[in-house]
Design a protein around this ligand. Structure first.
Ligand code: FAD
Length: 409
């Protein structure tokens, strides 16, 4: 048998590549599984707050940047004063692949199929029967991971969106503007507003008369159908006199927001959406995957220094770096926050976001980027509670009682 490589990464999405790059930079021997090729283009539109990039040196990976960033909720325009960007996927991919290429990382072009464990290594079988031995396997195969197990969780809340890149009869947003969430709903009648879950417009000026507009359901169980989102988007645009003049591209977006953290006792590591790294408050994940990769890679490299370390021990070191207890506690608070939102009606949702985006920027921004301490998250939640209108407060209290907050153990 050939000597097993150190780490085998399954999946070459943003998370898989971020971790592969960081692992290569530690000097480990790394291989990857990318059925479509590690350079095959990512077709999603990835947005990120500029301050979520691992360093200011990564700013050149933004294809667009907006300083005029706003939200609309409860009939109010809320200036966000935080720079937002769209990633240039090809540039990000090249940036992450560079250290992989330098390290001579090998990529297999077959889907991974199954995993077996030996005492000191794991063996991954590819679809064509090829066997690859590695001291650690990382599952970065996306929201429905191939190899990782998750405990059962609550009903899945899905983020769903239907978006268009194109030209419009009139500009759907101001020149140079990014609209993170526009909850204005005057294009719906009162019954529709009461019945359907609230959706919002995510929109941006791409320059030269082109815009990206997307009708988004932040989270709902079951997922809102694309047809409903598409119909709502067109009604919203038409009501504002911004009917689509030229459709260049469509995006249909659907992914889970509240998946439980995988079982950390498994002898393999997860990363990215596979490891439930999607933020339950926003659905964002790319910033976290880019920022956490060096820490997780260092922990894995450290564990692999012990020649007798088993895959379970190495994976445990990786899990500990990725989901230490403090992060797990914060994550449960975010899940509680999401669960609360799911119970809100349209008016409560509008008032909630109007309150949230009026908090001091470090509070709301830190909450969305997962950069607050546990105390900081609790403080943000308390501030929302204290400053929100009564109907939101009663919704928050009802959610707290449902979840068992304050109950004696
Ligand atoms: C349309 C859309 C828009 C989004 N927008 C944003 C955004 O703006 N900002 C943000 O932060 N997040 C966004 N997200 C959420 C999240 O960040 C993305 O889903 C992101 O792509 C997850 O990255 P990942 O690398 O974990 O998984 P993926 O990007 O899903 O990559 C997984 C890779 O594993 C491969 N794979 C799967 N099975 C196998 C197998 N058996 N063998 C080998 N390889 C396999 C897949 O082909 C894929 O290449 C968005 C999600 C969607 C769906």
């Amino acid at each position: 048998m050939l000597t097993p490589i150190d780490v085998l990464v399954v999946g070459a999405g943003p998370a898989g590549l971020a971790l592969a790059a960081a692992l290569c930079q530690t000097g480990l021997t790394v291989a990857g599984i990318a059925p479509a090729g590690e350079q095959s283009p990512w077709c999603n539109t990835y947005g990120i707050w500029e301050d979520e990039l691992p360093s200011p040196l990564w700013q050149d990976l933004l294809a667009h940047r907006w300083h005029d960033t706003v939200a609309y909720a409860n009939h109010t325009e809320l200036p966000l004063q935080r720079v937002y960007g769209l990633l240039d996927n090809a540039s990000l991919q090249s940036r992450l692949l560079a250290p992989c290429q330098q390290a001579g990382m090998r990529w297999y072009r077959q889907p991974a199929a199954s995993l077996t464990q030996q005492r000191h290594h794991s063996q991954l079988r590819l679809a064509d029967g090829t066997l690859v031995d590695a001291r650690l396997v990382v599952d970065a195969s996306g929201h429905t991971p191939l190899l990782l197990r998750r405990p059962p969780g609550p009903p899945v809340a899905w983020q769903a969106a239907y978006g268009i890149v194109g030209r419009f009869a009139h500009p759907p947003v101001r020149d140079g503007q990014l609209v993170l969430m526009d909850f204005r709903s005057d294009h719906l009648d009162s019954q529709e507003r009461r019945q359907g879950p609230p959706t919002f417009l995510y929109a941006m000026d791409l320059g030269k008369g082109r815009y990206f507009v997307e009708e988004t359901s932040l989270a709902h169980s079951p997922a809102l159908p694309f047809e409903q989102l598409q119909a709502r988007l067109h009604r919203r645009l038409e009501q504002r006199g911004c009917a689509v003049a030229l459709l260049e591209q469509e995006e249909r977006c659907l992914f889970p927001m509240n998946l439980p953290i995988p079982d950390q006792r498994q002898p393999l590591l997860g990363y990215g959406a596979a490891a439930s790294m999607v933020h339950p408050a926003s659905g964002y994940q790319i910033g976290a995957a880019l920022r956490a990769a060096p820490t997780v890679a260092a922990a894995v490299a450290q564990a692999l220094r012990h020649p007798e370390a088993t895959p379970g021990q190495v994976a445990a070191a990786g899990w500990q770096a990725l989901w230490p207890p403090a992060n797990l506690r914060r994550h449960s608070l975010y899940l509680f926050g999401l669960q609360t939102l799911l119970g809100f009606n349209e008016s409560q949702t509008q008032q909630f976001f109007a309150t949230f985006f009026r908090l001091p920027q470090p509070s709301w921004a830190g909450y969305l980027s997962n950069t607050l301490s546990l105390g900081g998250v609790l403080n943000t939640m308390a501030r929302v509670f204290l400053t929100a209108p009564a109907s939101v407060r009663s919704g928050l209290m009802a959610a707290a009682f449902r979840s068992g907050f304050g109950r004696k153990p």
